[in-house]
Ligand binder design. Structure first.
Ligand code: CMC
Length: 447
């Protein structure tokens, strides 16, 4: 990193062709110079290919394991400025959407690019509501899982199986067909999630009800039993709706990259979404909310927080403070701020989750500790969400399912954007081969 003066001086340096929006490169292997256009703050990796040492040289590639600095697409859906802690969907700040919209309004915005009018919203809600039932055979398929099957495993498998129920979904180039699948997926995810929960509890499934809103319906399918009536507390319905808005999209995260990767092969959206959900399941991604709860339970009391922090620091990356750190946010995660505030509101209804005090102490100490400060590790979206889910009565192994339900709208918006993008092709990264060269084959008896 140079000084500010150096940076200013650099700005005035024009490339040989006279344009400032270009990168001038000298390949020291050959002494040749090149000029690479800079568009939208990027150079094209394919522009490196012309840099060769000779006719048999394949050409220069960029090496970027884990995509630390590679834009794989253009997008108009979600904007993140990780240093400033900014998250916007289609230009609207997440704080404003969380305060003023419903989740389904946001799902419409993600897909269509604009907030719905009243008539558009009513139609959208109706279309989703009237697709919440799942096929009885799909229900039987869910019955086949073991009583202790992880709900994410059930969700992934059931969503993948849906592709066999809706074969027309393979027509990914028809907007009409896509619209149908989008309604189905957004509508049926809560039903599948609730059935997975009931299956684990050994209780009869509760069918969706068309006179209930999206989150109200979900909570009812979770907690109603044949033995008694259940009306979810409106404050909890609202809290869940806000959580769904916060989780709806997050540009090119691991799960979304998988959705786009599978989608780029023109696979149907159910199979692609099952893959995205499988990525989300991982403890470094959406599975972190479940891990946070395990960690807080393991710590057990405020007095043991310093010892735990010490273990994390001495573990040198082996043991992590779950719910902390983010690839993109290096200042704070704006979603975590909203969730932390909301946790207090939820606890007024449900009673205070005793693990909150441990979480607060963990955050307090970590934010002062040089190890975390130096690495810019702050609480992420998963740090407080699990405490709210637990207070609502949801078991910890179902937390990631509650992430997957709203992320469905983001995955689908990104998938459709990919399909409509004329620049997109099947995703196919390159590799740097470091294995052995050609070897003579040895028959088994001589090995
Ligand atoms: N606890 C302790 N140390 C950490 C943590 C953590 N949670 N996260 C990162 N570090 C350290 C890491 O050991 C490394 O240290 P060093 O430079 O000494 O090797 C440094 O910070 C950079 O870590 P990294 O793994 O290179 O960072 P990354 O951008 O690849 O990883 C992350 C991002 C989210 C996977 C990581 O921070 C992490 O594992 N966090 C815990 C899991 C978690 O909460 N995940 C949810 C992410 S938000 C929801 C979502 O989008 O899915």
């Amino acid at each position: 990193m140079g000084t500010v003066e150096e940076a200013k001086a650099d700005e005035s340096v024009a490339s040989p062709s006279g344009t400032r929006d270009a990168l001038s490169v000298i390949d020291r292997r050959t002494g040749k110079s090149y000029e690479l256009p800079i568009v939208n703050g990027t150079i094209r990796a394919m522009d490196l290919r012309q840099m060769r040492t000779g006719p048999s040289d394949f050409g220069l590639m960029s090496y970027d394991p884990a995509f630390l600095n590679t834009a794989a697409c253009t997008s108009r859906i979600t904007f993140i400025d990780g240093d400033a802690g900014i998250l916007r969907y289609r230009g609207y700040p997440i704080e404003v959407l969380a305060e003023k919209c419903t989740y389904l309004e946001v799902a419409y915005l993600l897909r269509n690019g604009e907030l719905p009018t009243r008539a558009q919203y009513d139609q959208w809600v109706k279309d989703i509501t009237y697709h919440t039932m799942i096929h009885e055979s799909l229900k039987k398929l869910m019955d086949a899982f073991n009583y202790d099957a992880h709900p994410m495993g059930m969700l992934i498998a059931t969503v993948a199986a849906m592709s066999t129920f809706y074969p027309e979904a393979r027509d990914v180039h028809s907007r009409e067909s896509r619209t149908k699948q989008i309604h189905r997926l957004i509508a049926k995810m809560p039903t599948i999630a609730a059935f997975a929960y009931k299956h684990a509890m050994g209780m009869p499934y509760v069918y969706p009800s068309n006179d209930l809103g999206y989150c109200e319906n979900f909570l009812t399918m979770l907690f109603k039993t044949p033995a008694e009536n259940y009306r979810p507390n409106p404050a909890l319905v609202k809290a869940l709706d806000v959580l769904f808005i916060l989780h709806a999209d997050h540009e090119q995260n691991c799960g979304t990259a998988v959705m786009r990767g599978i989608g780029s092969a023109h696979t149907d959206p159910y199979s692609a979404l099952a893959g995205a959900a499988a990525a989300l399941y991982g403890p470094l991604h959406g599975g972190a909310n479940e891990e946070v709860l395990k960690m807080l339970e393991e710590i057990g009391s405020i007095s043991r927080v310093p010892a735990f922090i010490k273990e994390v620091k001495e573990g040198k990356g082996e043991k992590r403070l779950m719910g902390f750190g983010h690839r993109v946010y290096k200042n704070f995660d704006p979603r975590a701020k909203i969730i932390k505030r909301m946790a207090e509101e939820v606890f007024q209804v449900t009673g205070r989750n005793p693990l909150l005090d441990i979480a607060l102490e963990l955050e307090r100490i970590a934010l002062q500790d040089e190890y975390f400060v130096k690495r810019k590790l702050y609480p992420n979206v998963d740090f407080y969400s699990g405490l709210i889910y637990q207070a609502i009565g949801i078991p910890s192994d179902a937390f990631t399912v509650l992430f997957a339900i709203p992320r469905t709208s983001g995955w689908l918006a990104q998938w459709e954007e990919l399909l409509e993008d004329p620049e997109e092709k099947i995703a196919r990264p390159r590799q740097v081969y470091l294995g052995s060269g050609e070897r003579a084959f040895l028959p088994m008896e001589r090995r």
